[in-house]
Design a protein around this ligand. Structure first.
Ligand code: ADP
Ligand code: GLC
Length: 527
């Protein structure tokens, strides 16, 4: 396995290597294809990563062009968007669907972004669904998006070395490139990379959607786009891409096991030589308490006790919690889905809510059953539990700044960004050490405390007991060992999880992908 283990196991906080001297390295032309990208569209960490990795890649000698659907939220994001003269139609099943290309640029780094403007598909309230659930035509929407991207590359005449595709919404693209869709010339030399941000979301649809892909039925077999009789777009990306990456070394190993492989572990094991794990980076221009414009008092490592105390008081007031400086305040910002450990958090809140001297600042949206439960618990224990069931960028930052600890008891976590933000804000993460959480948070043990490397608290097992014990340990240190707590806070704040190192690793994967070698044949049923 060629998993890049730079961050794994050794728990050495990364420091940025010097940037490459871009004059001495060959420029790599990359295209990024994703369904989210800050500041244009975001439902979770995918948006953070796809909006901040491209400028970091520019710093290491790549020239990146991004593609995104022209969602309603993107068109109203405030970035200046211009029309281009490019417009075309794509045959989708029995009809021709027209679109035009719009153009903008990411605020940092001069990264051009092209938006696929097809209002019937993308001018909607949500990215993937609304109050009634997932949109029923998601297969059609993202097959269209993928086919429009390769058409747009052709019409723009872009130079392309690497097409970098993120998650199932872009999973069709590697197959289009390998199959030389419409015989586009640039596909002869271009290579593709599939990045898996979350294996649990696969974009699986019934087989009769196959004509929407623009590829023939010869690709619909068990070593191609088919998965147990269905069309599976993430599997498509995994099978047809030249290389595969995921967002932490531990998750790269986990997804090859039956326990965490979501059914695709045999496919991933088959491609283990091409699978890399690279930890996500943080955009510290947005997520650093020294310059965060969303928080009431800015602070850094030298001023954290006063800065956090002021942010904590403001957060307690904002959420209607008792304004008590010494009560430990636990923050959670999370999608309300099973992945994030809500099946443990809810029983813990039920058990501790009214009895313990602990406060909770919770921000999340997601499954109705969890929203209902949180509303009920917050009403019952008002001075202790503040919950906001909405999407609020500002409150997410204020929770990072105002809380003393940050809880992420995820059942699985490909990388996780909130624990990385928490480290920088001096908000000690309490985590289940799975995936990226294992790679980025060092458990406070007597040894790691003595060595000065501790940055958080690990659950010993995924259970209510495991969660309770980890929380008890954290609260005990917070309450009774103030100097140890300060050491843990400071160590986290001093770590550097910015993109520099990870962008270098992506560049290395690009170089490996472009290294001359025989390209495999198209996947076929012959062995
Ligand atoms: P995931 O992508 O699985 O949701 P990550 O930890 O990688 O998890 O990233 C989550 C991102 O989404 C973070 O930037 C977090 O602050 C943000 N986020 C999640 N829920 C909300 C919310 N309700 N309001 C604002 N931001 C949110
Ligand atoms: C996914 C994962 C999360 C990761 C994010 C960005 O949403 O659930 O762990 O940080 O993608 O890669």
């Amino acid at each position: 396995m060629s998993v890049l283990d730079a961050h794994a196991g050794q728990h050495v906080p990364p420091s940025d290597p010097p940037l490459l001297n871009v004059r001495t390295v060959k420029t790599i032309h990359a295209v990024s294809v994703s369904s989210e990208m800050v500041p244009l569209a975001k439902s979770g960490g995918l948006g953070d990563v796809c909006g901040t990795l491209p400028p970091a890649l520019q710093q290491v000698g790549c020239q990146v062009t991004c593609f995104l659907p022209a969602y309603r939220c993107a068109l109203t994001s405030g970035l200046p968007i211009k029309p281009t003269p490019i417009a075309f139609t794509i045959p989708m099943g029995g009809k021709f669907v027209a679109c035009r290309l719009l153009e903008t640029a990411l605020p940092q780094g001069q990264v051009p972004v092209y938006l696929i403007d097809q209002p019937q598909y993308f001018d909607r309230v949500g990215l993937y669904g609304d109050a009634h659930g997932e949109y029923r035509d998601n297969c059609e929407r993202f097959c269209f998006f993928s086919r429009a991207v390769v058409e747009a590359i052709e019409q723009l005449g872009l130079t392309v070395d690497i097409v970098h595709c993120h998650d199932w919404q872009a999973g069709l693209v590697p197959a289009l490139v390998r199959a030389r869709y419409k015989q586009f010339r640039w596909m002869e030399s271009a290579r593709s990379i599939m990045t898996i941000h979350n294996l649990a979301y696969q974009g699986q649809f019934w087989h009769l959607d196959m004509p929407l892909t623009g590829l023939g039925w010869e690709h619909f077999h068990w070593q191609g786009m088919e998965f147990h009789g269905h069309l599976n777009l993430l599997k498509t990306g995994i099978v047809y891409a030249d290389k595969i990456t995921t967002v932490s070394p531990t998750y790269a190993r986990e997804i090859m096991t039956p326990e965490q492989g979501c059914g695709l572990d045999p496919v991933l094991r088959q491609r283990r030589a091409d699978l890399y794990g690279i930890v996500n980076g943080v955009d510290y221009s947005q997520w650093d308490p020294r310059c965060d414009r969303h928080i009431p008092h800015q602070y850094g490592p030298e001023s954290w006790p006063e800065g956090k105390a002021a942010c904590k008081l403001a957060l307690q007031q904002e959420l209607g919690l008792a304004t008590s400086p010494g009560t430990p305040l636990v923050g959670i910002v999370s999608r309300l889905v099973d992945q994030k450990g809500w099946d443990l958090i809810v029983p813990l809140l039920e058990r501790w809510g009214g009895t313990r001297e602990i406060q909770w600042a919770i921000l999340g949206t997601g499954e109705q059953r969890y929203e209902r439960k949180l509303r009920e618990l917050a009403a019952r224990h008002a001075p202790h539990i503040g919950a906001r069931l909405e999407f609020s960028e500002g409150l997410a930052h204020r929770i990072e700044a105002g809380a003393d600890m940050f809880l992420m008891p995820s059942r699985f976590e490909p990388c996780g960004l909130n624990q990385l933000y928490s480290l920088k804000y001096g908000t000690v993460p309490v985590v289940n050490p799975t995936g990226g959480l294992a790679d980025t948070v060092v458990d406070a043990t007597p040894e790691s405390i003595a060595a000065g490397t501790a940055t958080g608290f690990h659950m010993a097992e995924y259970s209510l007991r495991g969660l309770e014990q980890a929380m008890e340990r954290a609260i005990d240190v917070y309450t009774h060992q103030k100097s140890v707590w300060a050491q843990i806070v400071l160590r986290g704040m001093q770590e550097d999880w910015s993109w520099g190192r990870s962008a270098q690793q992506y560049r290395q994967v690009y170089e490996d992908t472009l290294a001359p070698r025989d390209r495999g044949r198209l996947p076929s049923t012959e062995s």
